[in-house]
Design a protein around this ligand. Structure first.
Ligand SMILES: NC(=O)c1ccc[n+]([C@@H]2O[C@H](COP(=O)([O-])OP(=O)(O)OC[C@H]3O[C@@H](n4cnc5c(N)ncnc54)[C@H](OP(=O)(O)O)[C@@H]3O)[C@@H](O)[C@H]2O)c1
Length: 305
C-alpha cells in the first residue's frame, strides 16, 4: 500500500513507521522537519500529490503540556484546524478515494466524564485545562464529517488515552505525562535525591495506552471504513498518578520518597474509556501488560539519558 504519514517525526509517527516498514508498504513521511509545513496549503497539497497515497495517517499535531496549551491556546487551535482544513481540501482536490486515519486524544471528552462513552463525547465542555487542544480535536471531527457528507471522503477517527512507551522525546517538558515522570524519576535516582515530587495530588485516575497498542490499533484501522464519529481505543482500566509513580519507582529501583506538590492543578478526576464499542468492532485485541510497558520505557530512557 501507498501510505503517507503526516507527523512522521513525532512519537506516534516514528513508531508507526517502524511497525509498517517490514510489511513492504511504500511509506512517505511529512513534517516541518522533513520540509513540509501542513499549515501551508500549497506545501501539503504538493506532498500529497507527489506521494499519491491510498492512506493518510494524520498524526501531525500542535500540542503540549496543560500549561502550554493554555498559554498558547490560540496558536494550538488555529494550527490544528488549519492543518486539518488544508489536508481535507487537498484530498478533495486531488483524490477523494484517499482514506484518512486520525487519532484524537481523550482529553476532548467532557471534563466531568469519568467513564468516557462515545455517545457522550460531545455532551459537555472540554476541561478548561485543555480547552484549546481538546476542542481542536472536536473541530477536526466536524471537518471530517462535512467532507464525508459532501465529498464522500473516507475517514477513520479514533479516540485514544494518554500514551507512553519507548520512542518519545527525551526532554521531560515535551514528553507525554507518564514518560515525563519516568525521565524525572531517573534523573532523581541519578542525582541521589531523597524525594521525588509528583505534580498535583496524585489522585487523578488515568488510562494509559502503551505505544505498541496505539500503533497496532492504527494498523487495524486500515481495514475499517467511514468511522466518522470516533471510536474509543480503550481498556476501561485506569491507574491513579500516585499508583503509577509507585509502579515506576518499583520497576526502577529508586529508593527516594514520593511527595505530592498540590500547588500544581489536577486535570479531570477520572478519565477511563469505555471499551464496549471497540470490542464490538475489533475482536481479539491483545493489550500490552502495563507493568512490562513501564519497564520497557524505563530501559529506553536509561539508554537514552
Ligand atoms: N501521544 C499521546 O499520548 C496521544 C494520545 C492520544 C492521541 N494522540 C494523537 O496522536 C497524534 C500524534 O501524537 P504524537 O504524540 O506523535 O505528537 P508529537 O510527538 O507532538 O508529534 C507531532 C508531529 O506533528 C508534526 N507537526 C507539528 N506541526 C506541524 C506542521 N505545522 N506541519 C507539519 N508537521 C507538523 C511534528 O513534526 P515537526 O515538528 O517536525 O513539524 C511531529 O512529527 C496527535 O494527533 C495526538 O493528538 C496522541
Amino acid at each position: 500500500m501507498n501510505i503517507l504519514v503526516l507527523g512522521s517525526t513525532g512519537f506516534i509517527g516514528k513508531n508507526l513507521i517502524k511497525r509498517l516498514e517490514p510489511e513492504g508498504h511504500r511509506i512517505s513521511t511529512c513534517s516541518r522537519s522533513t520540509g513540509v509545513d501542513i499549515r501551508n496549503y500549497q506545501q501539503i497539497r504538493n506532498r500529497i500529490s507527489e506521494t499519491d497515497p491510498d492512506i493518510i495517517f494524520n498524526l501531525a499535531s500542535h500540542g503540549g503540556s496543560m500549561r502550554y496549551v493554555r498559554e498558547f491556546g490560540a496558536d494550538v487551535v488555529s494550527d490544528n484546524l488549519q492543518m486539518s482544513l488544508n489536508i481535507y481540501r487537498a484530498v478533495k482536490e486531488l483524490n477523494t478515494k484517499i482514506k484518512i486515519i486520525q487519532p484524537f486524544s481523550n482529553c476532548s471528552y467532557p471534563g466531568d466524564s469519568s467513564v468516557q462513552y462515545e455517545e457522550n463525547w460531545l455532551s459537555g465542555d472540554v476541561h478548561k485545562s485543555v480547552f484549546s487542544f481538546g476542542n481542536s480535536k472536536r473541530g477536526i471531527y466536524y471537518i471530517s464529517k462535512c467532507y464525508k457528507d459532501q465529498y464522500d471522503i473516507n475517514t477513520v477517527n479514533l479516540l485514544f488515552p494518554n500514551t507512553y512507551g519507548p520512542g518519545d522525546s527525551i526532554d521531560p517538558n515535551h514528553t507525554h505525562a507518564l514518560n515525563g515522570m519516568i525521565i524525572r524519576m531517573l534523573q532523581a535516582k541519578k542525582k541521589g535525591d531523597k524525594k521525588f515530587v509528583v505534580w498535583g495530588t496524585g489522585s487523578p485516575v488515568r488510562e494509559w495506552a502503551y505505544i505498541d497498542d496505539f500503533v497496532e490499533a492504527l494498523v487495524m484501522a486500515i481495514n475499517l471504513d467511514n468511522i466518522i464519529y470516533p471510536l474509543n481505543i480503550g481498556q476501561e482500566r485506569g491507574y491513579s498518578i500516585a499508583e503509577s509513580a509507585i509502579m515506576i519507582k518499583e520497576e526502577m529501583g529508586y529508593d527516594g520518597e514520593i511527595v505530592f506538590d498540590t500547588n500544581y492543578q489536577d486535570g479531570d478526576p477520572v478519565k477511563i474509556m469505555s471499551r464496549q464499542k471497540f470490542e464490538e468492532s475489533i475482536q481479539g485485541f491483545k493489550w500490552f501488560d502495563h507493568r512490562k510497558g513501564i519497564a520497557n520505557t524505563i530501559k529506553y530512557y536509561e539508554e537514552k539519558l
